[in-house]
Design a protein around this ligand. Structure first.
Ligand code: NAD
Length: 501
């Protein structure tokens, strides 16, 4: 190693040295929770108990919401100029980047994402904060044409106190993508992270404070969905709830909003995203790489995972053969090894869920074309990539979100059938289309019901950086916009102000 090379990180040693602070972050400090109950987080790679966290409930949520409200009314954040908030958010982004290794390691330990994917994810999260910071003085209000002696304005104001409830599949990243736009437009935030993986989000409170975010503006409360989660969702003083998680929980949050104060909701929920491949693409090897990558990244625990492969019949067998060959080559490994690209599922519950779908697929007559069902490392929390062929669209594995590395393959005859199959679930989160026919690509982009559609004409093409884009789910994949300038506007409300001369 010459003097310019950076020594490789020994993640196993780092993991032994890391310490966990499990206490909630409320009003700018760690506090002792009054909750008596605890819940454990386990390392899914080996079952080790990592930490016992306080199962916070209504008392801690009340304290956090009240701190957020006081901070909001005080105006120490909401009344800063957007530029001043942006400077602090830039510091926050730098703090995330400086501490990226620690945040990534916490996520890897708690939910098993390989460190080689988790560490770059934190750098992407820092960039996502920078993107909203840069945009914070560009959400321009409107002057409405009117009688010349009068003036009518539409002003945007922060909504007030934002509650955020997040899942475990990208714990810190999704936490940051909720916190950053809500803060950028002047709100105060109370975040309840997933009980499977809360530790990285708890650290974000400290990093935001170091960056200059005033006390009470960002609060993080660990707890169970039925405890802290439900308390936040039904709180009478939360103005907006932003949620990422399952469709079932999203529906429950609609009920809790209706039963409490009609708080506004942004719900980013489940998906069953199609990857649609037409036969005008000639490099089947490259497509197979992309298809397998899409269903195995983070062990398939990605909301936009391409879990349904729709292939034009003339290339079905040739593509499936290549997909199987690649899936077969995937090796599971220790998530703390930088060379590992495929780790365990996040929990035993998640493993049991994937196993149930594996069994359901076979019972309903689909063919597990990759006969690795229970072999290899299909133990503990590891589940090896599984491909189902001969799938009918009425089967559960065709309709329901599995959230694991399980691909269901369908053949289609023509464009019409491809669109019908693509739109045949209750979801509408994302879709990818492989074709070189531009006219067809445009037709598909409009016809497929999904919040984001990726068209690729050339396998291996550079991936689009979608940070600045906004998307809005269809169907039961959710409600409301996330991302980009529209995603920031979603955390504001419009006020009409008129001057009558
Ligand atoms: P989940 O719905 O079980 O839990 C998500 C969060 O909701 C957790 O913090 C949980 O504690 C909380 N929660 C559960 N019950 C609650 C209740 N009654 N009241 C209030 N809060 C409650 O989801 P999960 O298993 O953590 O995550 C996986 C799901 O997330 C998948 O369905 C996936 O598609 C979805 N997801 C969607 C996106 C997106 O952008 N659309 C991104 C990532 C994950």
């Amino acid at each position: 190693m010459n003097s310019l090379e950076v020594a490789p990180v020994n993640w196993t040693v780092k993991a032994q040295e890391i310490s966990f602070d499990v206490r909630p972050w409320i009003n700018g400090r760690r506090i002792e929770a009054s909750a008596k109950g605890h819940f454990a987080t386990l390392n899914p790679a080996n079952g080790d108990r990592l930490a016992d966290l306080p199962a916070c409930g209504a008392a801690e949520i009340d304290a956090a919401v009240s701190a957020a409200r006081v901070a909001f009314e005080r105006g120490s954040w909401a009344n800063l100029s957007p530029r001043a908030r942006a400077r602090i958010l830039m510091n926050f982004a730098d703090a995330i980047e400086r501490n990226a290794d620690e945040l990534a390691l916490l996520d890897t330990l708690e939910m098993g994402m390989p460190i080689g994917a988790a560490a770059p994810d934190m750098r992407a999260a820092a960039d996502a904060v920078r993107a909203v910071a840069e945009a914070s003085d560009k959400l321009i209000d409107q002057v409405i044409p009117n009688d010349p002696s009068t003036l009518l304005l539409n002003l945007r104001e922060p909504v007030g106190v934002v509650g955020a409830i997040t899942p475990w599949n990208f714990p810190a990243y999704i936490g940051i993508t909720k916190i950053a736009p809500a803060l950028a437009v002047g709100n105060s935030v109370v975040l309840k992270p997933s009980e499977i993986a809360s530790l990285s989000c708890l650290r974000l409170g400290e990093l935001a404070a170091e960056a200059g975010v005033p006390d009470g503006v960002l609060n993080i409360v660990p707890g169970l969905g039925s405890g802290a989660g439900a308390a936040l969702a039904s709180h009478m003083d939360v103005d907006l709830l932003t949620f990422t998680g399952s469709t079932a929980t999203g529906k429950r949050l609609i009920e809790l909003s209706a039963q409490s104060n009609m708080k506004r909701l942004i719900l980013e929920c489940g998906g069953k995203s199609p990857q649609i491949v037409f036969d005008d693409i000639d490099d089947l090897d490259a497509i197979a790489d992309a298809v397998v990558g899409s269903i195995t990244f983070n062990s398939g625990q990605v909301c936009v995972a391409g879990s349904r492969l729709l292939v034009e019949r003339s290339i079905h067998d040739a593509l499936v053969e290549r997909v199987l060959a690649r899936a077969q080559q995937i090796e599971a490994g220790d998530p703390l090894n930088e060379a590992t690209s495929f780790g365990p599922l996040a929990s035993k519950d998640q493993h049991a869920r994937v196993r149930r779908y594996y069994e359901a697929g076979q019972e309903e007559g689909a063919v597990a074309a990759l006969p690795r069902g229970y072999s290899g490392r299909n133990d503990g929390c590891y589940w090896m990539p599984t491909v189902f062929t001969d799938v009918r669209s009425d089967m559960r594995i065709a309709q329901e979100e599995i959230f694991g590395p399980v691909l269901s393959v369908f053949a289609f005859e023509d464009e019409l059938e491809a669109v019908r199959l693509a739109n045949s679930t209750i979801y509408g989160l994302a879709a990818s289309v492989w074709t070189r026919d531009l006219a067809r690509a445009l037709r598909l982009a409009r016809a497929v019901k999904a919040g984001s559609v990726t068209i690729t004409g050339k396998p291996g093409a550079t991936a689009v950086d979608a940070t600045a884009g906004a998307f809005e789910p269809h169907g039961q994949s959710g409600v409301g916009v996330e991302g980009g300038l529209d995603g920031m506007r979603a955390f504001t409300r419009l006020k009409s102000v008129s001057f009558a001369g």
